[in-house]
Design a protein around this ligand. Sequence first.
Ligand code: GDP
Length: 304
Amino acid sequence: AEKYNRGLEKSRQSFGKRLTDLFVNFNGVDDDFYDDLEETLIEADVGFETALQISEEVREEVESSRASDPKVISQLIVDKLVALYTRNGRAEDNHLVFAKEGPSVFLFVGVNGVGKTTSIGKLAARFKARGRRVLLAACDTFRAGAIEQLQEWGKRDGVDVVAGKAQSDPAAVAFEAVKKAREEGYDLVLIDTAGRLQNKVNLMKELDKIKRVIEREIPHAPQETLLVLDSTTGQNALTQAKAFLETTDVTGIILTKLDGTAKGGIVLPIRNQLHLSVKYVGLGETVEDLSPFNPEQYVNGLFK
Ligand code: GDP
């Protein structure tokens, strides 16, 4: 909870404060009030559709309960935000799926710069601390420096890394990694991939090939295909997500850089429009700054 409160500082100062401000010169719940509410939500990247839906539902509930106390109404908005997230899924949705036996494989996809490599480094440390034998696979052979960056995380975390040469076939690296994991008894393989959305056809082929190679070596793998999205890119994150969903089966979202945005609202449309769970959120740059997503802590972090 403390990490959330710290990581959501910027969003709280802006989004949370604007929601609180709705009640500063509160003249009762009239049309202006709902207009302001919608505007505040849209500016926080909740998205147009989701903002209208929240506003509608708050209005219905205010009318049916005849609430007029600003405190009650403000709590009602908070509850709505949490409910909107949780009712579209189950509380345990942020859990990751592991193989019943043998190594589990998690594939990380997303465009360049969103925080894939960093999230893998943070997660590797987390799983290692829980006693799992982790192997990293540097399949982003395209971006200059991506391989070295993953190797750096490997060193820092004290976990092994399988890497090929720059520009080599990512599927060959993936194959080498899952084979090693199976033969040498690793528990978990985290696979970094390149994210060139500019060339969607090639990207799709590349991810497909990586997946086929993995599944041939380890049935039912990858257990998770995690799409990494950068919350500071706002509505663009949704556009990216839609493009990836067209090309690959995504099992969950890692939402990074929540600490770097004043508009933490993007969590809601990810769930509401894309029907995907946010599994982890990035709340800073250090190895500890990755937390399992918790909708209550998130919304409370905005309003603290
Ligand atoms: P990739 O190209 O998707 O692998 O992205 P990187 O892992 O290289 O991350 C790009 C930049 O974002 C790096 O400078 C990271 O330190 C930074 N970054 C990643 N996650 C977070 C986060 O949760 N918070 C902040 N503030 N920075 C982050």
